[in-house]
Design a protein around this ligand. Structure first.
Ligand code: PLP
Length: 348
């Protein structure tokens, strides 16, 4: 089973705390866009109705946004669901997937569920080792996952490196580009992956859970060729995306100011986080996302010490990084609380 970041109420209950902050699941701390909230309030009285099973309006705005055809889009109950659909549509016992290690754990989950093998290629300098991934591909490989930016390291593969990798890909392999954090990337060399859809066998995953702050509603989507999307559609449940999620997602996409504000605030928080690390002589991995991997002596002790002080982060141990914490970037107030708790701890 997936090991999620600890929920706030569970920590309050277990430790008898009244004030707890969560910097563990890379959520947007500023909450949904005002227009999304308005749309949800307007729709709340209609939830006796099933949602539009084809998510027509959402696909229509996404198609405009990306300049794609609506049949090139599949909407899911979070991008998690699309990872499961990919697994169901393309994997069976005897097949394998190729992925980095550590990376987002749902790729492995989907493969194991279908009885497929998972070939893991260690990161190099906290980044995908594309040469290693390429070498791991064999005749049984159906899916290659590239989490870009990578969770839990926050690093990216640039366009040039990605294109070189795609150019030598053997036939019959689909490359899944998981871009859950794309909107937070500030480096210019980040791939413009949408334009690759027509030339390479790629499926792009994006989500409303991160910058659009709708994690609790579960809306993600996949972009690819019509042919690829139609294969995924065969495995999709009819009413997989709920009504409030659909209207909130449509409104969020139209609230450009909200997105730009979130981007600016995140960039500021990220730079401040680096400065705070540097002040304390703490190592960190430069991130293109809304979380940062920071060095500690013992991740599990640091995780527990912070938890006792009402701050939930992710211990790197779950990712095979026992000397790192993954810290989601919160509001300035939350980050002040984090550093206050961190400085109080003896073992860190
Ligand atoms: N992909 C990556 C890299 C993630 O980090 C996450 C969530 O943390 C997801 C996908 C899943 O997102 P969703 O909420 O859309 O299922």
């Amino acid at each position: 089973p997936y090991v999620p970041g600890k929920p706030i109420n569970e920590v309050k209950r277990e430790l008898g705390l009244t004030e707890v902050i969560k910097l563990a699941s890379n959520e947007n701390p500023y909450g949904p866009a005002p227009k999304a909230k308005e749309a949800m309030v307007k729709t709340i009285g209609n939830v006796q109705l099933y949602p539009d099973g084809r998510a027509y309006e959402l696909k229509e705005v996404l198609a405009k946004y990306y300049n794609l055809n609506m049949n090139q889009i599949i909407v899911g109950n979070g991008s998690d669901e699309i990872i499961k659909l990919l697994s169901e549509a393309f994997l069976e016992a005897g097949d394998n997937i190729v992925q980095a290690e550590p990376t987002f754990s749902e790729y492995e989950f989907g493969a194991l569920l279908m009885g497929a093998e998972v070939k893991k290629v260690p990161l190099k300098d906290y980044t995908h080792d594309l040469e290693g991934l390429w070498q791991a591909i064999d005749e049984k490989t159906k899916l290659v996952y590239i989490c870009n930016p990578n969770n839990p390291t926050g690093t990216i593969i640039d366009e040039k490196a990605l294109l070189a990798f795609l150019a030598k890909l053997p036939q019959g392999v689909i490359v899944v580009l998981d871009e859950a954090y794309a909107e937070y990337v500030t480096t210019q060399a980040y791939p413009d992956s949408i334009k690759l859809i027509e030339s390479y066998p790629v499926l792009i995953l994006r989500t409303f859970s991160k910058i659009y702050a709708l994690a609790g509603l579960r809306v993600g989507y996949g972009l690819g060729t019509e042919e690829l999307i139609s294969l995924l559609e065969k495995a999709r449940e009819p009413f997989n995306v709920n009504l409030l999620g659909q209207v909130a997602a449509v409104a969020s996409l139209q609230d450009v100011t909200y997105k730009e504000n979130s981007q600016a605030k995140n960039k500021q928080a990220r730079e401040l986080f680096y400065l705070e690390c540097e002040k304390r002589n703490i190592s960190y991995v430069k991130s293109e996302t809304n979380f940062v991997l920071m060095g500690v002596k013992d991740a599990d002790s640091a995780f527990k010490g912070l938890l006792q002080r009402g701050v939930i982060v992710r211990s790197g141990s779950v990712f095979g990084l026992p000397q790192h914490l993954r810290v989601s970037l919160g509001t300035p107030n939350e980050m002040a609380k984090f550093w206050h708790a961190f400085d109080e701890m003896e073992v860190k």
